[in-house]
Design a binder for this molecule. Structure first.
Ligand code: ATP
Ligand code: MG
Length: 405
């Protein structure tokens, strides 16, 4: 039944398949690992599909974890590696467009492959049967298209996230979307509203971190953006798209840089862009660090940095020492990068904490604690940013005394 394709399975996978086969069960490596191997890419993980029930899988392998036992998934641990072994299943209706309400186990590999999203993700392989490719995934790999298994409308109605996954795989692999798949997305895009923010966030991040991050545009072209960030649709229409593409492609594969490049479509004042980005990322349930860095970098991404060290030091303080290296990576200005390196290597003081005097020293010099002291420290920092060599206790106390005359 299988086509003549030879795949080198990792030893652990061969072992798991053999253990199951010897007890009379079918077992195959399936999904993304087969797709990636056929493309000459290294799979992130190897998933196995089997006719054995989760209970049986747990009896056969000494070390297992109940990863998603209700959905038939058991993780088999071999040495330090985990392999998800999932019982052949047919998904029930996705009433909420999120989770199948019920899953039913089946004895048929074909039934299991039918429930998968795209033809290129619906291939299975083992040594005995070779490649099982009922939906012509290998042809679609050759044609470089993302195409639903069966009816696109049915697949997207069952699970709306698949629409975003289609764009994600296209972006990762440099594929196009097959026509009925596109039509299905355009028709059913509003159903993305039913999908959890966390699942959406994960796919968006994969799109932006992919080899072709500019494919994020697909979400605007096919109407998905309106469900994810309604506030951006108008900006996108007005945006300089070539500029966004360029910024996305030249940004490193880094979550902070890629999201910032994307949000440059927000044509607003820096402060307003900060606010918009902050709210969008919060809404998408990002972690605080990502929200903080991306929104601040979005505020400053196009700040014109000075080639004069004293001014540059002040800009570092204004932007924030923590995100400044990201700003440099974003702007890719060699000369400024060099100046920044010199500032860092010289150990120039860039914060109140690094001043050669502190509040205690000032009190000993007769300055009263309180708001005035904070202001004084800020003034001293400002002077040290201009003249780093002034950062000695003696000099700073001298300045304080002069000041009070
Ligand atoms: P990657 O791991 O690189 O993100 P993958 O294809 O392995 O890609 P997973 O999310 O790990 O994707 O899922 C493994 C397999 O399970 C897929 O290849 C696909 O066959 C199936 N699958 C996963 N999510 C869905 C879904 N939402 N609808 C239908 N099938 C899915
Ligand atoms: Mg996977």
């Amino acid at each position: 039944m299988g086509e003549v394709v030879k795949i080198e399975l990792p030893d652990h996978v061969t072992y798991i398949i053999r253990e199951l086969s010897e007890r009379g069960y079918e077992a195959y490596a399936v999904g993304g690992c087969i797709r990636d191997t056929l493309l000459g890419r290294k799979p992130g993980d190897w998933d196995i599909t089997t006719s054995a029930s989760p209970t049986k899988v747990k009896q056969i392998f000494p070390r297992t974890i109940d990863t998603g036992i209700a959905h038939g998934t058991v993780t088999v641990m071999l040495e330090k590696c985990g392999y998800e072994v999932t019982t052949y299943r047919v998904d029930g209706i996705y009433e909420d467009g999120r989770h199948p309400k019920t899953v039913e186990f089946t004895a048929s590999l074909e039934e299991d492959l039918k429930r998968r999203d795209f033809t290129i993700n619906a291939m299975a392989y083992n040594e005995k049967s070779g490649l099982v490719d009922i939906f012509h995934g290998i042809d679609d790999l050759g044609k470089k298209v993302i195409c639903c298994v069966g009816s696109a409308k049915d697949r997207f109605t069952e699970d709306a996230l698949r629409m975003l996954r289609a764009v994600r795989f296209a972006a990762q692999l440099g594929f196009t979307l097959e026509e009925s798949t596109i039509n299905g997305i355009c028709l059913l895009a509003p159903r993305l509203a039913m999908v959890s923010k966390e699942r959406i966030q994960a796919e968006l991040t994969k799109i932006l971190l992919s080899l072709y991050p500019q494919r994020i545009e697909d979400i605007f072209l096919y109407g998905l953006a309106g469900q994810i960030f309604p506030g951006l649709v108008e900006y996108y229409k007005q945006a300089d798209k070539k500029k966004m593409q360029r910024l996305l492609m030249q940004a490193e594969q880094d979550i902070i840089l890629r999201y910032t490049a994307f949000f440059t479509i927000i044509q607003e004042t820096p402060a307003e862009r900060y606010r918009k980005v902050y709210n969008i990322l919060k809404e998408l349930r990002f972690d605080n660090h990502t929200i903080d860095f991306v929104s601040r970098l979005s505020e400053y991404y196009n700040m014109e940095l000075s080639k004069e060290k004293a001014t540059l030091r002040k800009q570092i303080v204004e932007v924030g020492e923590d995100i400044f290296p990201y700003l440099l990576k974003f702007q890719q200005e060699k000369e400024i990068e060099r100046l920044y390196q010199e500032i860092i290597e010289a150990g120039d003081c860039l914060s109140i904490g690094k001043l050669a005097i502190n509040g205690k020293d000032l009190m000993e010099a007769g300055v009263a604690a309180g708001k005035g002291m904070g202001e004084l420290l800020n003034q001293l920092l400002y002077q040290v940013l201009e003249k780093p060599e002034w950062n000695t206790k003696e000099k700073l106390l001298g300045l304080v005394k002069e000041n009070r005359k």
